[in-house]
Design a protein around this ligand. Structure first.
Ligand code: NAD
Ligand code: UDP
Length: 388
C-alpha cells in the first residue's frame, strides 16, 4: 500500500474508511477488493454467499492487509446481520445481483427479486442510517437504441444522436413483457428510480454505476470446471469455454449485436475514484465503459480466436464459429440490446476518468489467464471416459 498522505481530486486528504461491500465475492467485487487492499488503507466488510474469488485476499492471515478485510458469509435475502454491517460502515457498495442474461428469461422471478426486492433493504438501511451508497445498476437500463427502430437503410442510423447512450438524456427502451429478457433491465431501472427518489426526498447520498460490459479474469465460470456443466455464463466465459475445448464459438442470431468492452482493471479505477471523491460522485449516475472498443459479437469471436491461438500456441480449429438461434441458445423470451456506446461526458467532467486498454490487449491478458487457469483441467475432463 502507498504510504504518505493520499489526496482526492480536489487536493484534500483522503480519510481511511470502512466499506460494506455486498456481492464482494463476485467478478467485480473481487477486483475491487484487490484494489482496495493493495492501494488504499480502507477496511472492507466483504459480504457474499461465496468467497472463492477472494480467497487469495483472505488467506493466509499473514497477508499485509490482514485485518483490513473481513468476510461475512450471508445471503441478503434473509439475514438480520445486514443492517448492523451497513451501520458499521461509512459507505455501502451493492454489487449483489443475478446478472447473467441466460437467467433473465428462464428465471425471471429470481431475476426481479434479486435486482429489485433484495436491494430494497440495502437502500432503506442506508437512507435511514445516513450512509452513503454506491449501487451497481447496468447499461442494460437503456435497452435498445432509438436508431434500432429506424428503417434499416436510414442514414440517421449513422448519427450518434440515435445511438450514443447518455445518462441524463437517453430514454430506456425495452421490448414487450413477453420478452422476459427485459426483466433484469426493468428491475434495475426501478431500483435506480427508488434510489434517486430517496436522494430527492430523504437526502440519501448515492452514486449509481452503469457498467458497459466489463470483462477480465475471474468473470463468471467455465461450465463443468468451476460451474454447472449446463450453465450459460456471459459471452467472455462462453467463448473462452469453446476455445479451451476446441469447439466452435456459438454466434447467437448471427452475432450481429454490438458491444463495447472495457477492461476490468480500467473500470475499477473509475470505482476507486467514486469511492474517494464523494463530493464529485454523490447524486450522479455514471456510465462506465470504453466507447473505443466497439465490435459486433462476430468480430469479438474472431478476435478471441486469433488471440487465443497466440497465447495458447494452438492453431484455431477449421470452422471457428457456428450460428445458433437465440431460441435454441437461450430459450423463449430472449431479446437483445442492439448497440451500446456509452457517452463519457459526465464521468470525464466529474472524475477525469478515461479507459486505457484496447480490446486486443485486454483479450490478450484475459485469455492468457483463462489458458493458465483452465487448460489443464479441461484436458483432464475431456480425457475422462464417459460413464456408460
Ligand atoms: P457476479 O455475479 O460475478 O457478482 C455478483 C455477486 O453477488 C456474486 O458473488 C453473488 O454470489 C453475490 N450475490 C448475489 N445475490 C446475493 C445475495 N442475495 N446475498 C449475498 N450475495 C449475493 O457479477 P458482477 O459481474 O461482479 O456484477 C456485479 C454488479 O454489476 C451486478 O449488480 C451487475 O448487475 C452489475 N453489472 C455488471 C456488468 C459487468 O460487465 N460485469 C454489467 C452490467 C451490470
Ligand atoms: N452471445 C453469443 N454467444 C454466446 C454468448 C453470448 O453470441 O455464446 C451474445 C449474446 O446474444 C449477446 C452478446 O453475446 O448479444 C453479449 O452477451 P453477454 O451474455 O455477455 O451479455 P449482454 O452484453 O447481452 O448483457
Amino acid at each position: 500500500m502507498a504510504t504518505g498522505v493520499r489526496l482526492d481530486l480536489d487536493g484534500r486528504p483522503i480519510k481511511p474508511m470502512t466499506i460494506c461491500m455486498i456481492g464482494a465475492g463476485g467478478f467485480i467485487g473481487s477486483h475491487l477488493c484487490e484494489k482496495l487492499m493493495a492501494e488504499t488503507p480502507h477496511k472492507v466488510l466483504a459480504l457474499d454467499v461465496y468467497n472463492d474469488k477472494i480467497k487469495h485476499l483472505l488467506e493466509p492471515d499473514s497477508l499485509p492487509w490482514a485485518g483490513r478485510i473481513q468476510f461475512h458469509r450471508l445471503n441478503i435475502k434473509n439475514d438480520s446481520r445486514l443492517e448492523g454491517l451497513i451501520k458499521m460502515a461509512d459507505l455501502t457498495i451493492n454489487l449483489a445481483a443475478i446478472c447473467t442474461p441466460a437467467d433473465y428469461n428462464t428465471r425471471p422471478l429470481d431475476t426481479i427479486y434479486s435486482n429489485f426486492i433484495d436491494a430494497l433493504p440495502v437502500v432503506k438501511y442506508c437512507s435511514e442510517n445516513n450512509k452513503r451508497l454506491i449501487h451497481f445498476s447496468t447499461c442494460e437500463v437503456y435497452g435498445k437504441t432509438i436508431g434500432s427502430f429506424l428503417p434499416k437503410d436510414s442514414s440517421l442510423r449513422q448519427d450518434p444522436a440515435y445511438y450514443v447512450l447518455k445518462e441524463d438524456a437517453s430514454p430506456c427502451i425495452f421490448g414487450p413483457i413477453e420478452k422476459q429478457r427485459w426483466s433484469y433491465a426493468c428491475a434495475k431501472q426501478l431500483i435506480e428510480r427508488l434510489i434517486y427518489a430517496e436522494g430527492a426526498e430523504n437526502g440519501l447520498e448515492f452514486t449509481i454505476v452503469r457498467p458497459f460490459n466489463w470483462i477480465g479474469p475471474r468473470m463468471d465460470f467455465i461450465p463443468g470446471i468451476d460451474g454447472p456443466s449446463e450453465g450459460v455464463p456471459r459471452v467472455l466465459a462462453c467463448f473462452s469455454n469453446n476455445l479451451l475445448r476446441r469447439e466452435p464459438l456459438k454466434l447467437v442470431d448471427g452475432g450481429q449485436s454490438q458491444r463495447t468492452f472495457v477492461y476490468i482493471k480500467d473500470a475499477i479505477e473509475a470505482v476507486h475514484l467514486m469511492i474517494e471523491n464523494p463530493d464529485r460522485a454523490n447524486g450522479q449516475i455514471f456510465n462506465v465503459g470504453n466507447p473505443h472498443n466497439e465490435v459486433t459479437v462476430r468480430q469479438l469471436a474472431e478476435m478471441m480466436t486469433e488471440v487465443y491461438a497466440k497465447v495458447s500456441g494452438e492453431p484455431p480449429i477449421e470452422e471457428p464459429t457456428i450460428d445458433v438461434s437465440s431460441k435454441e441458445f437461450y430459450g423463449e423470451g430472449y431479446d437483445d440490446s442492439d448497440k451500446r456506446i456509452p457517452d463519457m461526458t459526465i464521468i470525464n467532467r466529474q472524475l477525469s476518468w478515461n479507459p486505457k486498454t484496447s480490446l486486443w490487449d485486454l483479450l490478450e491478458s484475459t485469455l492468457t489467464y483463462q489458458h493458465r487457469t483452465y487448460a489443464e483441467a479441461i484436458k483432464k475432463v475431456i480425457a475422462k471416459p464417459v460413464a456408460s
